[in-house]
Structures are given as structure tokens and as C-alpha cells.
Design a protein around this ligand. Sequence first.
Ligand code: DOR
Ligand code: ZN
Ligand code: ZN
Length: 412
Amino acid sequence: RVVDADGNVLVPGIIDGHIHNREPGLEYKEDWESATRAAAAGGVTTVVGMPNTDPVIDRPDHLELKFERGEASAHVDFQSYAVVTSENIDQIPAIDEAGALGFKIFLGSTVGDVPPPNDGEILEAMERIGETGKRLGFHEENGEIIDHYTEQFQAEGRTKPIDHSHSRPVIAEQEAVERMLTFAEETGAKIHMFHVSSGSAAEAVARGKARGVDVTAETCPHYLWFTEEVMREKGNVARVQPPIRDADEQARLWNALEEGAIDTIATDHAPHTPDEKKVDDPFGNTWDAISGFVGLETEVPAMLSFVDEGRFTLEEWVRRHSTRPAQVWGMYPQKGSLQVGTDADFTIIDPDAEWTLTDRDTLHSKNCVTPFEGESFTGKAVTTVVRGEVVYEDGDVVGKSGYGTRVDVDTE
Ligand code: DOR
Ligand code: ZN
Ligand code: ZN
């Protein structure tokens, strides 16, 4: 580790393997330029965009469009997942050829309403993706369970933010994880669980690893930072899918993380307009509000705050937020390592900086609603370097829009 005279520490470039950059099609929420500006300002050198855009990234030409837009405007390096639906299983080899980092299946409905394939189609998709060498990630919530409780709660007239959370119970997540582990065991596919929110689901991942399934898993800072009480304190601002869980689930998630069940940290950065988030009436009818919030500029501070509290070491943080994501998605050692000389990506952090996010509009996204507004941190990124070029320094994004480029993937 390299430490300068001010006590700042140089670490490999931080990788966020889960952002909703919203371009193409949803640029009123965010675009490549604004998302990667936020990334640079947050100390993040590589981001991976989710496929629930408009059009959804379900064909090679849609992926190419997304890459072209990124090449034109990104500040940091980037990649993208492609989605698998009932309609595009035969296109998996062509999407692979077009350079997707990996694939995602939405098992239950979420923002963007990408329809889940049926179980037979998922098995077939696993076989096909297995042949590409790439990994298949899941929005791992059982949609039938969620739809059932959502309809029931709405019929009962339950409208509080916490009711939205409870309509997506832990069992919906745990069941989806267990089922996909069984499928992966059958097919030999490499799978990944995005945004694991609960100890119950993380423990299921651990059981899968123990029996030899090639499964990796991610969690997000908000599941480690907040408990579901945040729904009573901040209302729909903290509405997210999967929802933030109770203290017991959170404690068990922390245990599973410490024991190695969770490989990677990422944000699920999901910008929406203040109107869509209903910020003027955060405790109003939850069924009118939307799920997701930004995170690119609070992920490094949140994780450094945990390091400061002694929850894990700086090295353990870097492994989960840089090295492991690069390895899991075939970007190592091009990313996630300082071994590539002058071309390296790195982030310089001030681990002692104490600060509070008092005004969300100091963030760089197009829409900045986040439950981390008002939270206090110990630690932040001070300099961000992508392939040897400084893109962020002393509070200013100094890199050029368009400098960021697509990361080549090597899964062979
Ligand atoms: O809360 C969420 N927001 N969960 C998702 O799965 C999607 C995301 C979004 O796209 O806004
Ligand atoms: Zn998801
Ligand atoms: Zn997401």
C-alpha cells in the first residue's frame, strides 16, 4: 500500500459492477456522461451498466448502441450487461460476440418491467451462456410471491413505505437464490446474485458455494448501512428493490460477508427524478413512488466508514470493491490491479476525512435523491485516475467526456 505525506492512500481503481446509467432512452433520469461524472467524483474508475434501458439491451445492436453512446461521453471506463428474456435466448452467442460483460435475468418484475423467462427458458439460457464462458447474474426476487403480497396489501389499503418493503419478503429472495443454485448445479453455469439484501439469501449463497456451485454474490452499501427503520425515518426516498431488511437479517448479512459468501460490493446506482421518488411527500402512498436511488458518490465513503469502525480492513474492502469484481467479470488484471504499470487505474482516498452529505445537489448525477443525504462519513476519494489520466482531483471532475472506453472482457 502507498501512503503519501497527508496520510492519503493509493488503492486499485474502485469498480462498480452495478449501475443504472439509463442511456439509451431514459436520459431524463441519467446518461453515460452524468453517471460517469458521478463515478469519477466518487473515486470509481470502472462502471457496469444494467440493461433495463429503452430499448432494453436484449440484442447485439442495442448493446452496440449503448457502447457507442458510452464511447462518446463517458469519463471513466465502462461495460454493460445484456438481458435475457423469453424472446432472445437464441441471440445469446451474438450478444456475447458483441462484447457484453455478462448477462442478467430479472426473476421478478422491477423497474422497467422486463418480463422474467420461465424456468425451462432459464435452464436453456444457462446452457447457452455456459458455452460463452460468461456469467449470468440475477435480479433474485421471486415475482409470484411479490405480486401476491403486493395485490393483497393494495386490496387492504396499506400504503406506508414499509408496506412496500414487506410486500417483497426475504423468502422471495431466498427462494430465488436456492432455485438458481439448483439450476446452476444442473447446468454447470457460472452465476451471480446481484444486490443480496438479506442474511437468509447470503447464507443460501454460502451453502451453494460449499457444495461447489460456481456462484458469486454482491451486496450494496445501503443494505449494510441502513435497517428497514429507514423506511419509517426517510420514507419512499429509501424505497428500493430488493428492500432494506430488518436488523437480524442485516446482522446475518454482515456475518456472511465476513465469512466470504459475498464477493463484491456495488451500488445499484438507480437515479430517478425527485418527482418519481415523491420527495415532496416521502410518506405518501408508497405504490405511487418508484424504487432505487443514486450511490456512486457515497459508496467509497460508506465503505471507508465501515473500515474506520473496524468492520473490515482496508485490504478486505479493496478486494471486494476492485479486485474481486474484476476477477468475477473477466476484467482482471486489466482492472482491479496496480500491476499494469503507467496504464493503471487507481483511486486515492483520504481515510480520515469527516464529512456529511448535507445537500444532495452537490452530487454530480442528473437526479440525486438518496437516503444517504444527511448521513455522516469518515473517508472519501480525493483523486481518481483512469489509465494513467487524472479524471477527478480536489473536488473537480477534470477529465474529458469521451475519454472513458469500453473494457474488453477475457473469459477464456
Ligand atoms: O430499486 C431498484 N431500482 N431495483 C431494481 O432492480 C431496478 C432499479 C432501477 O432500475 O431503478
Ligand atoms: Zn436488480
Ligand atoms: Zn439494479
